[in-house]
Design a protein around this ligand. Structure first.
Ligand SMILES: [Ca+2]
Ligand SMILES: [Ca+2]
Length: 188
């Protein structure tokens, strides 16, 4: 999925263009750290990633991923943290390929259902329609690699917050207005 290394890229699928050990050793020399600051910024990571189409990688997803690994809140990741970013994205790539059963480069509604069911979610068919509608940035009725990651991140965060309140785990919670606002602020 990394671009910019002079190797061809598939039009329809995210392709890993560089071997991991090289990146672990020297993201700078491979061109990700464009300004050679020692920190990979959002825009540098975004430029290094491909969602398998010719559109830019979802900036919201890039921000989510950077913030997960940016321990000092410096607005980017250092080379050590980048190793974690690399593994995280590679893991997602493997998951994406596993569930993109028809190799279309997109996750359709059925594939999304398979994936999320595999992760342990129990959601109605109607809600899968809602998810596709929310995360399908390219308006294709299915989600690309970056939007699939985003969908899973948001769903996971919302579920974690819900679970904190659902102490008896019956799938129902009763919250006050301010509790509700706090729940949402935890995610947005
Ligand atoms: Ca940089
Ligand atoms: Ca597919």
């Amino acid at each position: 999925m990394f671009l910019g290394c002079g190797i061809g890229v598939s039009k329809s699928r995210p392709i890993l263009l560089s071997s991991a050990p090289y990146w672990f050793a020297h993201p700078a020399t491979s061109g990700v750290d464009k300004d050679r600051s020692g920190v990979i910024s959002d825009s540098e990571l975004q430029q290094a990633l491909s969602n398998g189409t010719w559109t830019p990688f979802n900036p919201v997803t890039v921000r989510s991923i950077i913030s997960m690994f940016d321990r000092e809140n410096k607005g980017g990741v250092n080379f050590n943290e980048f190793a974690g970013v690399w593994k995280y994205i590679t893991d997602w790539q493997n998951i994406f390929r596993t569930y993109d059963r028809d190799n279309s480069g997109f996750i359709d509604r059925n594939e999304l259902k398979q994936a999320l069911t595999g992760f342990g979610y129990r959601l109605s068919d109607q809600f899968y329609g809602t998810l596709i509608e929310k995360f399908d940035r390219q308006r294709k009725g299915q989600v690309a690699f970056d939007d699939f990651i985003q969908c899973c991140i948001v769903l996971q965060r919302l579920t974690d917050v819900f679970r904190r309140y659902d102490t008896d785990q019956d799938g129902w919670i009763q919250v006050s207005y301010e509790q509700y606002l706090s729940m949402v602020f935890n995610v947005v």
